[in-house]
Design a protein around this ligand. Structure first.
Ligand code: SF4
Ligand code: SF4
Length: 292
């Protein structure tokens, strides 16, 4: 069973919720697909078991020893990535045109390291995450690799549950992190923009035919918008599985790199436990439907 914890934007508490689910599940495979801002490993503190490099994009390089400075490549590069017979690696899109047209073979195409993928062990199960090389943008390819690695490990080690901390947004990385999930748990904050973002995220999940549930984080910072989100979800038939109030201890826990269940107590701990129970109930239902 695969659950993707997602949100349209970073900073909604998505990682906190994913960490709490991992803690409460006790045994799960965990994948941090938020490759642009991976934070889950800071909370779950995995012991690294292995890691490997991932090459992403090709970049052109000009050999100054061979270049005759004819200017052909600079003139034809559509991305204006060549200046003064040197390639700007941040502007180069790797199309290979300069490589093909250089009359003296001075251009080579290289694949610098784009990301490092880590596989580690947490007290709650194994975990996969990635670190992008400086200047690399979050790409669907890195997210797909993290997912593939997590899914392969889950099958190999017999994990029944895969928890994905999804990439925020609506582009390629978020699609790569949620596709194929049995359920998307969308974390939203009750603000005007948060509600708008949630509705877009719900539409994205519906487009990919992924059943959704909603968790409202910091539900008491704007009770009017929280009520509107609840009403929107009711009209769309999407369950709201938790309303988490603003909790000072969660902000402190994130600062100290502690997990949510290490710090919350009393009613707050009960809210997280109920969230976990309702997520698991819906996940089992959804999984059994998709596997008929
Ligand atoms: S096309 Fe080749 S020789 Fe001409 S400027 Fe570019 S790298 Fe140098
Ligand atoms: S590979 Fe394409 S984008 Fe990169 S420098 Fe050459 S022509 Fe420009």
């Amino acid at each position: 069973m695969v659950i993707a914890v997602a949100s349209e934007k970073g900073g909604t508490g998505k990682t906190t919720v994913a960490a709490a689910l991992a803690e409460l599940a006790r045994t799960a495979m965990i994948a941090d697909c938020d490759v642009e801002a991976p934070n889950l490993h800071l909370l779950l503190k995995p012991r690294v078991l292995r890691s490997y490099s991932l090459n992403l994009s090709r970049k052109a390089r000009i050999d100054p020893e061979k270049c005759t400075q004819c200017g052909e490549c600079e003139e034809k590069c559509r991305f204006e990535a060549i200046r003064g017979f040197q390639v700007d690696p941040h502007a180069c899109e790797g199309c290979g045109l300069c490589f093909r047209l250089c009359p003296v073979g001075a251009v080579s195409m290289e694949q610098p390291e784009g990301a490092e993928v880590f596989i580690g062990e947490t007290p709650y199960g194994e975990m996969v995450w990635a670190r992008l090389a400086v200047g690399e943008e979050a790409s669907g390819k890195v997210v797909s690799q993290v997912r593939m690695e997590a899914q392969a490990t889950a099958v190999e080690k017999g994990y029944e549950l895969l928890i994905i901390d999804g990439s925020p947004g609506i582009g390629c990385p978020v699609i790569a992190s949620v596709t194929g999930a049995d359920l998307a748990l969308l974390v939203a904050e009750p603000t005007l923009s948060g509600r708008h973002d949630l509705l877009r995220a719900l539409r994205t999940a519906a487009f990919f035919r992924i059943p959704s549930m909603v968790c409202i984080n910091k539900c008491d910072i704007n009770e009017v918008e929280a009520e509107r989100i609840i009403a929107d979800c009711a009209s769309l038939g999407v369950p709201v599985v938790a309303e988490i109030p603003y909790l000072e201890e969660l902000a402190e826990a994130a600062r100290l790199c502690m997990t949510p269940m290490e710090v919350v107590q009393g009613e707050a701990a009960r809210i997280f436990r109920r969230l976990h129970e309702r997520v698991m109930e819906n996940l089992r239902l959804s999984h059994s439907r998709t596997n008929i």
